[in-house]
Design a protein around this ligand. Sequence first.
Ligand code: ZN
Length: 320
Amino acid sequence: MIHGTCGRAFSKSPCMKDGYCTKYYPKTFSSTTVIDDSGYPSYRIRDAGDRNQYCNKSNAIKYLFKYVNKGLDRVAIGVSKEASSGEDAQVIDEIKQFYDCRYLSACEAIWRTLTYDIHQRWPSVMRLTFHLPREQNIIFKYDDDLEEIVKEEKGKHTTFLAWMEANKKFEASQALTYAEFPNQFVYDREAREWHPRKRGYSIGRLNYVPSGTGDIYYMRILLAIQRSCTIYESITIRTVNGITYSSFQYACYFMGLLCDDRKFITVINEVVELASGHQLRKLFAMLLISNSISKPERVWNAKWTLLDGILYERRKALKN
Ligand SMILES: [Zn+2]
């Protein structure tokens, strides 16, 4: 990256505002690259007329993916008659807009021409299903005999039921939550059983359940922490400190999992690694609008520094 020439003697330079360079050049010499708490780098600049800068940190990954395919900035502009209301109102053709504005940069075009991978995923992720008692999904063809199906499926395990079975059998499994289970166990689809894992690695994710669905939503919250569950009720999902509660929701409540907004903080922590600042701020706004956080200011105070961009904007505004 090249910057300059600017400073007092070059006040007409586009980066100059009120007598200062808006990009804070020239920067002070520094023998090492320093990355501050928020991940903002102050690059090494040696005092030898050498202005090469090198910076490396694993969470620069967002920038890597952004710039590799970015290409030049482009704008598509159309000139049309002013839209009026009523029947003549302008029709927006989103498909046409997509074709007109679609733009592959040279690097992206080459990358795709040579059929390089656009992305890869590691480690493998296993989506884990779960269900309330006798509410598992069963897949069948439209002309199958339903009675036969029910007879056939009776007593057969789902991944979830098989997990509870495995908890009875294997000591090692009792230290794991359902989501942690695929780290150390493999699911055999034929036998519908979990077996201790011999090699490899996989992480588990509980399927998403919207908060309005009631009992199963609360069961999901409990599944994220409960271990060594063997049946729906006892030693298990609905049991907290030896007391079995009449519903999953009560169990959640008595564990202090409701009303303290911990899950929202967890969500933000999870998303922060992947999402841009803009997406994170949008997520927070969505949480506010959906009125699901009980104490928004508490979540905000705990997490606002992660919604990156805010600090940057303030620094820019304060010339700090
Ligand atoms: Zn400048």
